[in-house]
Structures are given as C-alpha cells and as structure tokens.
Design a protein around this ligand. Structure first.
Ligand SMILES: [Zn+2]
Length: 618
C-alpha cells in the first residue's frame, strides 16, 4: 500500500481547505543551524510518490528575473530517505536534478544551501535574518507541483525573528501553507526582527484589505513611518488606474522592505507582496515600491502568455515585457507624480528621458519592443563571458515599454480630448485578463497574447483602425510617435538638451588607456560613420596629439556641428586616417513650457492636470 502511515497522519492533521487538489501535502522544514555561515538546512517530505523515480529539482529560473540562474549550485550535503528512514541512493541525470529510486511511496530529502545576496531573486542568511526567494531555496519534485504545501520555519535559537510572508498562516505562527508549487514559489519570506506598519483599504463593494510594510532596516523609526506614509499615498493613488484593488489572497498585501548596508538595490513583484531592497535609507525606496505595487495588477494578474504557468526548468520567454515591465515603469513614475511624492519637473524630466531613449537609442534600428522582450533572458541579471553588443542593439523593455506607454497615453488623450486615456486601456486589460483570476491562488486563467493588446486598444479607443496602426507601427514595429507634438498639448517642450553643440557620438575612455575608446560605437553616430570602434587608440586629432578621450571630447565640444575632424587612429599595428563629420548633439529633454519663458494656455494646463494630477478627487 503506497499511502503509508505518515502521509495519512499529515492528511488528517491538515485543514481540508489546504488540499484543493486532493493529494497529500508536500512538507518542508527550513531551519538555520549556522546563520553566521549563511547556511539553511532544508528537509522536505514528498508523500504519495508514484512508483518509479522521484525527480527532485532545483529551479533554473525565478519569476520576474529572466536570466537562467542555476540555483542548484549552492546546494550541498544532499541525502534521501524512504518512509522508514532508510537512506536511498541519489543519481544526478543533469546539473539541476536528483533522482531517487527504491522508495516506498515516501521520499524525504535533506540538504543544506548557502546564500548571502539580499535582493529579490536569491537567498540570504545571516545572524540578522533569513531573506528567502523560494525558487532559490526549495527543492521540488516533478509531477507534484499541484500538491498543497505545508512549510515550517525554525529560527535560530535565541533569535528575536518573526516571519513576514504572503504564505497562508496556520494556528502555529511558524507554519504556513500554499495551495500549490506556483504559489509557494511566488511567496518570498523574510524572517527577522523587522518592524511592521499597516493600514486598511477597501473596494467599493466593501471588501477590505490590509496593506503591510514589514521593514528590516537600520533606518530610524521616523524614517520607517515616513516610508509607510509614502507607501499609503502610492497605494491609494495606484488603485485609481484600475478602479479596484485585486482580491489579495488572504486579504493582505505586504511590502517586504530590506534596507541594510551590503544589500542589492532591487524590487521584485509577487501576487500579494513585493520584495524591495537597497543599502540606503528606506525612505529612498518609494519609487521602487510604486513600481512594484502596480505589478499586483500588471503582470501578477494581467499576465502575459509565456509566463503562465511559470516554468522553473528553463528561461521563460514572453512577447510582452514592454507591457509587463515597461507600462509598469511608466505608471510607477506617474503614480509618484500624481500622489505628490515626486515633483512635476522630475516627472516631466523622466518622460523626456523615455522619449529620448527610443528616439535616439541605436537599438531601435534593430529591435522592436516585442523583440526587446525576447532579450530578457540574456540581459536581466544574465552573465556572459564573451562580449555582447547590447549597448548598441538593445534598449531595455522597461525604457522602451515606458516610452510606448507614454506615446499611447498621450495619443489617446490627444485623439479624444482626454476622454479616453491609458488608464482606460489598463482597466480593460484588468477586466478581461486580470480580474477573472484563476482556478487557485497562484494561477491565472486568461493570460494575454499580443493580439489581445491590440483588441483591448480597439475596444477602449472605439477605433479599430487606430488600434491596428498603433500596434503595427509602435508595438511590433520600430517607429516612434511625434512625442514633441503630443507633449506640447500638455504645455511640455521636448527640445535638444545641448542645442547647437557638436557631437561625435558617445566616446568613453577605456580604464587601462586614457586615449583608447572604451565603448562600442553606435550606428548612426559620426564616429561610427567614420569607422571608429571600441579599442581604437586616438593618436591625434587635427594634427595635435590626443592625451585622453576626455580631451578629445573637449575638442569636439569646442567645434561646431558640420565641422570635420581629421583623426589618426592606431589599431593594433596599423595606423588609420579617419574623418569625423560632427553633428548637432541629438539628446532630447522635456521641460515645462513656463521654464522656457512661455505661458501654458488654459487648454494645456487642463490637459496637463488631468494627466499628471492626482486622480483621487475625480
Ligand atoms: Zn517590474
């Protein structure tokens, strides 16, 4: 009989609600016998294991960070046992997997794992906390991912830690449940002597949610209070975009904030929580909090195809990170501005930077927003030994998508005199793809395809031809809108930042040689057209020796657009003569019309206020 006594006992002691899928739960015990050595001890029992080989794995990927990570690398001291405690042999068919055979329907695996990077993707253990991203911490087994999970944490003896997590609580403060592997792995957990601030929000139907900030930091109580007050402003402004809060599982959403020296600056979205980390004062983390909270709708519930369900065995590819991350980037800043946490100049300046990045970014010559999304596994925390040319062929989907969001918001407002906005588009995406939810917490039933973006846009704009054209030209295509004309409607001027200044391209010195070009040259820039490239040594310009790239750049700055510069280049043993024809510096900036000496018209003021002002009073 496969179902042995331990499994029966576990099944009997669990509330039936924790077993929506029928199987007995997978049981994890995580302890920290030597936190000063950055090690956790994990003990996992898989009950009701089908006959044959149990394939236990460490993940190769983690939601929200798109490179392959190989979490197996930090696992050591692995042992497997059957239900009677007999040790079983382990085979390693590949670097990420431990095969267990000869079991009696129960497999218990114990292992240790090392981790010391505090961010949103990895595992960090020290004497002040255990900061756990679950795919980086927990081994799982193939074909058991729909099993419910029960997990108990044991803090180090004598510690004053307490848990903060979106996992479902039980009557034991240190034991939690998850309905399936997807939810478990979406549930980062912080065990520390953190401080908690909380407030309550409600939907119009009266449904209430508790928003918590669990803050592990050396910042002062006052800083934590200010952070929590900022978080509350963000939360109350963000909801106006969608009209309602998601039905947070368990009725809570938690900001797991970790701001201590040595931390990485990061933010990572989850369904009912976010990890936000950094090394400075927690008050500086509000911009990240604004971005991550928007993800509670956009990506956690309005989920693109390709990420649903998340595949923990390889890198995950989606067409739509320019929406999932880019639109979130745009709204993260917009909500900071609308809620009064960022001033108008900063918000408008950020919009200008988005526009500049795509208008002038060399990467747009090669890849559309969709194609930039496909680069995520190679660019998001990815490590390469051989050089890449991403600096000239890639524009982050955060930036490119943010610029598309700006273009679409302004185009809709321009076309409808403010009656239809990007908020309406986000709300349509929410109603069709996010709000319906999924069969269990952690699952999304209606992830969207690219064509859904086009269709929702046709619906909210009431103009299928506009939607088709915008989609074809700016989403799957590489064209850009007339940002200057659109921004002018809000009394914002998009202008050359260094008007009249000569420009040769972006040339930076190599660290080891002051007159050697240290960066790849971008197609379209004068230096590229002249045949200059990274590693070229600029020996002299216009007959005078070049002592540094900085000096070369000063010579350019003292020239005029259209001037020609004769450059002697040393490339290995060869010497090359090149002529650079200088252009005007194309970099753009967005400034308020009134800061250029102009006066916005009432129509411009109204357009600007309806776009960038708080939506809460409307
Ligand atoms: Zn994000």
């Amino acid at each position: 009989m496969r179902l042995c006594s331990i499994a029966v006992l576990l099944a009997l002691t669990l509330p039936t609600a924790a077993q929506p899928n029928g199987g007995a739960p997978v049981v994890y015990k995580v302890s920290f016998p030597a936190p000063e050595h950055h090690v956790a001890a994990v003990d996992v029992t898989f009950p009701d294991v089908p006959a044959g080989t149990l394939q236990a794995r460490m993940s190769r990927s983690s939601p929200g960070r798109y490179a392959v990570h190989e979490f197996a690398k930090n696992v050591f001291d692995v042992h497997a046992f059957d239900g009677k405690g007999k040790e079983l042999p382990l085979a390693r068919p590949n670097p990420y997997q431990w095969d267990v055979t000869g079991h009696d329907g129960i497999v218990r695996i114990t292992y240790k794992i090392f981790g010391r990077l505090v961010d949103g993707t990895y595992l960090a253990i020290d004497t002040t906390h255990a900061h756990m991203n679950m795919p980086a911490t927990l081994m799982w087994a193939r074909r058991m991912d729909d099993r419910p999970v029960r997990i108990t944490f044991t803090p180090p003896a004598g510690s004053n830690w307490r848990p903060a997590t979106q996992l479902f609580p039980t009557t034991d403060a240190w034991t939690f449940t998850a309905p399936n592997l997807q939810y478990l792995f979406d549930s980062p957990t912080e065990l520390s002597a953190h401080q908690v601030r909380e407030f309550t929000v409600a939907n119009s139907d009266g449904k209430r949610f508790t928003i918590r900030a669990a803050v592990h930091t050396a910042s002062s109580e006052r800083d934590i209070d200010e952070y929590a007050a900022g978080v509350e402003k963000i939360v109350r402004e963000a909801v106006t975009v969608f009209g309602e809060y998601p039905a947070f599982d368990g009725g809570t959403y938690t900001f797991l904030a970790d701001y201590l020296p040595g931390n990485a600056g990061d933010g990572m979205e989850h369904r009912n929580s976010t990890v936000v980390s950094g090394r400075g004062n927690v008050r500086n983390g509000l911009g990240t909090a604004s971005h991550e909270f928007f993800h509670a709708w956009n990506v956690e519930r309005i989920r693109p195809q390709g990420l649903e369900p998340f595949n923990y065995e390889e890198a995950n590819l989606t067409d739509s990170l320019w929406v999932a991350e880019g639109f979130t980037q745009y709204y993260g800043s917009l909500i900071m501005g609308r809620s009064g946490l960022a001033d108008l100049k900063r918000t408008v300046g950020g919009m200008g930077n988005l526009a500049d990045s795509v208008i002038n970014g060399a990467g747009r010559q090669f890849r559309s927003p969709v194609e930039m999304s496909h680069m995520a596994p190679f660019t998001d925390a990815a490590r390469a030994v051989d050089p890449t040319n991403f600096s000239i062929t890639f524009i982050s989907y955060y930036t490119y998508g943010g610029a598309v969001a700006l273009a679409l918001d302004l185009s809709l407002r321009d076309k409808t005199d403010g009656k239809v906005t990007l908020d309406d588009f986000m709300r349509a995406m929410w109603k069709v793809h996010g709000k319906p939810g999924g069969p269990a917490p952690g699952l999304v039933a209606k992830p969207y395809a690219l064509s859904d973006i086009r269709d929702r846009l046709a619906e909210v704009s009431g103009d299928r031809a506009f939607a088709d054209q915008f989609y074809t030209r700016y989403m799957i295509g590489r064209e850009v809108v007339d940002y200057a004309r659109l921004m002018q409607r809000a009394g914002i001027v998009l202008r050359k930042r260094n008007a009249g200044m000569a420009w040769a391209g972006e040339l930076r010195g190599a660290p080891d040689a002051v007159n050697r070009i240290g960066n790849l040259q971008a197609p379209g820039a004068p230096a590229y057209a002249a045949g200059l490239e990274q590693d070229d040594i600029l020996a002299d310009v216009n007959g005078k020796p070049v002592t540094s790239i900085q000096q070369f750049n000063e010579t350019v700055a003292a020239s005029k657009p259209g001037d020609r510069m004769a450059v002697l280049v040393k490339r290995g043993s060869a010497t090359v003569n090149a002529t650079i024809t200088l252009q005007e510096d194309p970099e753009l900036e967005a400034v308020l019309l009134e800061d250029t000496g102009g006066t916005p018209t009432p129509a411009q003021k109204s357009f600007r206020d309806r776009w960038l002002g708080s939506q809460q009073r409307r």
